[in-house]
Design a protein around this ligand. Structure first.
Ligand code: ATP
Ligand code: MG
Length: 567
């Protein structure tokens, strides 16, 4: 039993207690919900909530609803609704036929409000927003509410006329009658309804009064038969109001229970939809799915797999204290996944020509090269090799620096990965002194990379591609979107910390011939990840790549290069 407890997080412990004999929900099926507001795309922070909402339901054999929290009429759009669904399915969660809109409950919510009025638990208030503020009181001073004793019949009449559209915005509010002296300001007769003559994206102009989140949300949970309403810590202070609502309405089922967990923050990025939308609208990024964005569609386009993201949420766990997680942890989850699963290929990002002067002219051989040393079942592929190759510019120096173990004239023997041992003999430069071509000789008795006589190779093993068969590609290298670990910190404007070098485009990169034959990924899917030897993990960009114009994104470097700047 102790073992089992340890295995779960604190939410699962609460749920287990609730289901146990004598618990609040003994004999019931666990039912959670994920309630995004459709005013932007989902980001990595939402993944934590998704894994908790869907994960807890799954763990206890329960159900999880997807509910668009569209109570607030502003800034909501079907584009976002569709994107949210797509992203959740991509992560591997499914709500079955339990997809709802909060706004579909407007009529029931309204009826519950009327019932509270009749019970003397809600009243129509006519304080202006300024007066309302002035009457709120403080820690030592209770709030003042001059309309609190209005007869319920009068409140009911006014409330019905509010609904009928007789009054302008702000003229009246409906308030709960709870406790003007409460130390929790959320209980000082909070507003339940306000007037807003705004078109709603689904309800049109049917409604001109809208329930506040704190009133609507518990009702929606209760109507859907939610047992556990899991949300982030900022709602902890609102829990007494949540409970007040479910305690004072006639529930169709049982009372839902709200449990809070810590919000996920990650350094070097921003995570609020409003700020992410600003980046998009001001064209600071190419769109919501820009591979530098912390959105799910951005991460997907960058090459993140659902498994790596779920692994990340597992590793950060479920805590009750807000904290900031290192972006490097997310990267290392992806690296671990791709290290196991990504085929290795030869790719030269900054190509320079290499000629093997003792290799027969006009000859091409096909070398069998392992696809993935981590997974022998991945087999081998044939890679063309000839006298004329490309290698990385940085694998050659005319005058070596200390400890340089790569190519320089009369330097150490080096391996061409999976091919032969070579030794550099010299180079040719153009008029401006740039290296035009490097020359070397090879040892014909070292096919595969190991010399027959068993001698030790002191130099590095470097990747190469064959000039005649290599395919051209554009390669995009990414760095963090912000230069500051906490761009959203107090007294900061996140836009001041945009990293001007967060995207580097390389053109004319030379990839082994097989990369010219890989399928183009469909938009919105995870493209197959590849390890470009020594350069990191890459995938085709599913928006911009064409068969005649390959575009690759670097998903993640091989090592944690990201942290260099802070360490
Ligand atoms: P944002 O400020 O990004 O708009 P939000 O909380 O308003 O965030 P919602 O669409 O309302 O976004 O969120 C849906 C669910 O996801 C909520 O239950 C919310 O608590 C949760 N959530 C949002 N951001 C995070 C985060 N950074 N970490 C954990 N959960 C989050
Ligand atoms: Mg919200």
């Amino acid at each position: 039993m102790e073992e089992a407890k340890k295995a779960g997080n604190f939410i699962e412990e609460f749920v287990a207690e609730d289901l146990a004999p004598g618990g609040t929900y003994e004999g019931l099926q666990v039912h959670t919900r994920f309630p995004p507001e459709p005013n932007g795309y989902l980001h990595i922070g939402h993944c934590k909530a998704l894994c908790i909402d869907f994960g807890t339901a799954e763990k206890f054999g329960g159900l999880c609803n997807l509910r668009m929290d569209d109570t607030n009429p502003a800034k909501e759009d079907t584009e976002y609704v569709d994107a949210i669904k797509e992203d959740i399915h991509w992560l591997g969660f499914d709500w079955g036929d339990r997809f709802f809109y909060g706004s579909d409950y407007f009529e029931e919510t309204y009826q519950f409000a009327e019932s509270l009025i009749r019970k003397g638990l809600a009243y129509v208030c006519e304080l202006t927003p300024e007066e309302f503020k002035a009457c709120r009181g403080d820690i030592n001073q209770p709030a003042v509410s001059p309309w609190r004793d209005r007869p319920w019949e009068e409140s009911l009449d006014l409330f019905r006329r509010m609904r009928a559209g007789e009054f302008p915005d702000g003229k009246y509010t409906l308030r709960a009658k709870i406790d003007l002296a409460s130390g929790n300001f959320n209980l000082r007769d909070p507003v339940l309804y306000r007037i807003r003559h705004t078109e709603h994206h689904r309800q049109g102009t049917k409604w001109c009064i809208f329930p506040m989140y704190d009133f609507a949300h518990p009702i929606q949970d209760a109507l859907e038969g939610i047992t556990h309403s899991l949300c982030t810590l900022e709602y902890e202070e609102h829990r007494p109001l949540y409970n007040w609502v479910v305690d004072n309405i006639d529930l169709p089922h049982y009372k839902p229970r709200q449990i809070e967990f810590a919000r996920l923050g990650i350094n070097y990025t921003v995570m609020s939809k409003r700020k992410l939308r600003q980046l998009v609208e001001e064209h600071r990024v190419s769109g919501w799915d820009d591979p530098r964005m912390p959105t799910l569609c951005g991460l997907r386009r960058r090459g993140y797999t659902p498994a790596s993201i779920k692994d990340f949420t597992q590793r950060i766990g479920v805590s009750k204290v807000d904290s900031t997680v290192d972006w490097a942890l997310l990267e290392s989850c992806l690296r671990d996944d791709l290290n196991q699963n990504a085929p290795r290929v030869m790719a030269v990002l900054h190509p320079v020509k290499l000629t093997i002067t003792n290799y027969p002219e006009g000859q091409t051989e096909l070398l069998d090269i392992e696809n993935n040393p981590m997974n022998p079942e991945a087999g081998t592929r044939k890679v063309p090799f000839s006298r004329n190759l490309y290698i990385e510019a940085e694998d050659f120096l005319e005058t070596p620096v200390p400890k340089y173990k790569r190519l320089y004239p009369n330097g150490p023997e080096c391996r061409l990965k999976g091919a032969y041992v070579i030794r550099c003999t010299g180079c040719e430069k153009d008029e401006s002194g740039n290296i035009r071509e490097i020359f070397c000789t090879y040892d014909p008795q070292s096919r595969g990379g190991d010399p027959e006589d068993g001698r030790k190779i002191k130099g590095a093993a470097i990747q190469w591609t064959d000039q005649a068969s290599a395919v051209d590609a554009e390669v995009r290298l990414y760095d963090s979107l912000f230069t500051d670990p906490d761009p959203d910190g107090p007294d900061k404007n996140f836009l001041d910390y945009l990293n001007p070098d967060s995207l580097i485009r390389l053109t004319g990169c030379k990839l082994e011939a097989s990369m010219g034959r890989i399928p183009m990924p469909a938009k919105g899917t995870t493209a197959q990840g590849y390890q470009f030897l020594r350069n990191g993990y890459f995938c085709l960009d599913c928006n911009d790549a064409r068969p005649d114009h390959l575009v690759f994104n670097r998903s993640v470097a091989l090592r944690d290069s990201f942290r260099k700047k802070s360490g």
